[in-house]
Design a protein around this ligand. Structure first.
Ligand code: C2E
Ligand code: CA
Ligand code: CA
Length: 574
């Protein structure tokens, strides 16, 4: 009897312990954020635990009902769910699946642990389901940020390059063309300076969204940089050709863009195009080639499209080559000066000389200043070059002055970059001091382009130079904006009429009328006038006999020559 009681007590105690444990496990499950499903294949039972009811509004109590779970999952996820639940695989497997729970798209992570019996058959499974929507959204956002531009929804630069590389690889296999279009908004900096960054962004966004609408199979587009877009077309033909895409962008920009602040914006774009295989067989170089011609399009007046071709490539390589040589030349100072005489129109006496730089590169080729000076202005070498011109020509001029004691003027060309430097005037004064030259014998030639940058600052500098007695002449008059009215306020002493007018003066009456008006006006304003590029006897006669032009410069009376040539001329006239 005691024995029996003992066994009952023991069973009760055991039962209590089991109940306590069951309670503990239940608490574990119930307080967990996960839904659990236990499946026993041996007896066909199933049991749901934990937060099952917060996920699914059905319970499963037998293994046979497992397929009912599928209805919660998306079509793509169903297959993966089946694999997790029904494929007899030992151990753990895990997958994130999307499903619709309580009418909301939810991402769940499904963990499955399978257990085998002694004979190796899977007899039990635990399926744990957790909600990972937040993590998944965050991850999607991160990968979106990695691939897309958030303002326009277009690919970003990196992802675009990866895709373009795929296009080029594919094109190599299938022997087709890939076109790359680089599209840059004209004067965007002005637009965003004047109208603000927010409007600037809105313009970029509108154009970006329009460009996104042009993408399709085999056409991808990206926001490449702030206001630069890049489109790549695989196997361009028919409606997905460069021409069609360019035309639709032009058509879109042809109408004013309506902005949210109720104003309009009118913009244009410059487009550069390069194609595989003609321009390059490498994705990055294709973009570079497109960029080169895009800048060419900008230079040629914007709002246009340019295609890369071998002539442009050679020209570009040539420029790069010259640019490198130019840097070497500055270091090895392989420049020298020529001088071109200027004569009084009336008595043909020498008025002065214009200093003109010359450069023979390391291969012995003469490179024209019209070719290398724009490059020197771009890469900054114009400053040391300008210093050389200033010092060398003043030194030479003073040597002649001592030798021949002529009362003549030295004209030096000054680039607008030099003019804008704060030490520009002090540098001139230092060179004059160094060679003890009278400032009144120096004339600085500037083109109208210097005035465009900052009219007030430049004219202030001109006034300062004039106070020192230095003359300023306006070069190439007639090629810039050439308004006669702005000449009135300009502190210059000489006006040089551009050669292009002189070329035409005997050919058409309009040039004659213009030249005569300019010369008369110039006289009234108290300037001396120079006719530049006078090449023939007839031209010379026209100026001396029919106009009151003061000075003549040109091949007919004297070409630019080295110092020996000028010395011979001086010897003849003293
Ligand atoms: P520019 O100041 O208008 O100089 C006159 C140019 O016309 C010179 O060309 C000269 O050789 C050329 N020329 C003069 N008379 C005639 C003529 O009758 N017929 C023809 N066909 N040409 C004539 P160059 O020396 O090649 O200089 C070209 C330009 O380079 C100059 O135009 C000037 O803007 C710039 N330049 C030359 N030397 C310097 C310099 O030392 N410093 C700066 N900043 N610019 C310079
Ligand atoms: Ca000149
Ligand atoms: Ca000139």
């Amino acid at each position: 009897m005691d024995d029996l009681r003992y066994q009952v007590d023991l069973l009760t105690a055991l039962n209590q312990k089991l109940q306590a444990e069951e309670r503990m496990y239940r608490l574990f499950f119930d307080t967990s954020q996960r839904a659990f499903l236990y499946i026993n294949y041996e007896n066909g039972s199933a049991r749901t635990l934990g937060s099952w009811n917060t996920f699914f509004d059905m319970t499963i109590n037998e293994a046979a009902r497992l397929p009912e779970l599928e209805e919660y999952f998306s079509e793509e996820s169903k297959e993966n769910l089946r694999r997790l639940l029904f494929v007899e695989k030992e151990g753990k497997s895990r997958q994130a699946l999307d499903c619709k729970l309580k009418d909301e798209k939810t991402w769940v992570c499904v963990d499955v642990s399978a257990f085998k019996n002694a004979s190796g058959e899977v007899v039990e499974k635990i399926v744990a389901v957790s909600d990972v929507t937040r993590q998944k959204n965050h991850q999607e956002e991160l990968s979106y940020m990695a691939y897309y531009d958030s303002t326009t929804g277009l690919y970003n630069r990196n992802y675009f390059i990866t895709k373009l590389k795929d296009y080029v690889d594919k094109a190599k296999e299938s022997n087709v063309v890939v076109s790359v279009m680089l599209i840059d908004i004209d004067d965007f900096h002005n637009i965003s300076d004047v109208r603000g960054i927010v409007t600037g962004d809105e313009i970029i966004q509108n154009l970006g969204i329009y460009i996104r609408g042009l993408t399709e199979d085999n056409v991808i587009a990206s926001r490449f940089d702030s206001d630069i877009f890049c489109i790549a077309i695989f196997d361009p033909c028919g409606h997905r050709s460069v021409d069609t895409i360019y035309r639709s962008i032009k058509e879109y920009l042809g109408k004013p863009m309506k902005l949210t602040d109720m104003t309009d914006a009118s913009i244009s774009v410059s487009v550069g195009v390069a194609e595989y295989p003609e321009s390059s067989d490498d994705a990055l170089s294709l973009i570079n080639c497109a960029e080169i011609v895009m800048y060419k399009a900008k230079k040629q007046g914007k709002n246009t499209i340019k295609f890369f071709d071998t002539a442009i490539l050679n020209n570009f390589l040539n420029e790069v080559n010259i640019e490198n040589k130019l840097k070497e030349a500055v270091l090895s100072s392989s420049f020298y000066m020529n001088y071109q005489p200027q004569f009084y129109a009336g008595n043909k006496r020498l008025r002065g000389v214009e200093a003109l730089i010359r450069w023979k590169d390391s291969d012995g080729n003469m490179i024209s200043p019209s070719v290398f000076l724009p490059l020197a202005e771009r890469n900054g070498t114009i400053i040391p070059i300008g210093d050389f011109v200033l010092n060398e020509s003043i030194r030479q001029f003073m040597e002649w002055k001592k030798k021949f004691d002529l009362n003549i003027v030295l004209s030096i060309n000054i680039s607008s970059i030099q003019y804008t430097k704060p030490d520009f005037v002090p540098k001139i004064m230092a060179a004059l001091n160094k060679y003890d030259m009278n400032p009144e014998l120096l004339e600085l030639e500037v083109t109208e382009s210097v005035l465009i940058d900052d009219f007030k600052q430049i004219t202030d500098k001109m006034l300062e130079l004039r106070d020192y007695g230095i003359k300023v002449s306006l070069d190439d008059f007639g090629t810039g904006f050439s308004s006669l009215s702005y000449l009135r306020g300009l502190p210059i002493s000489t006006l040089k009429i551009d050669k292009s007018f002189i070329d035409n003066v005997l050919k058409d009456d309009t040039s004659k009328i213009i030249i005569e008006t300019v010369i008369n006006m110039s006289k009234k304003l108290g300037f001396e006038t120079v006719a530049e590029g006078v090449e023939t006897k007839e031209q010379l006669e026209y100026f001396t006999e029919n106009t009151s032009c003061d000075l003549i410069q040109g091949y007919y009376l004297g070409r630019p020559t080295d110092e020996k040539g000028i010395e011979e001329l001086m010897l003849r006239i003293i």
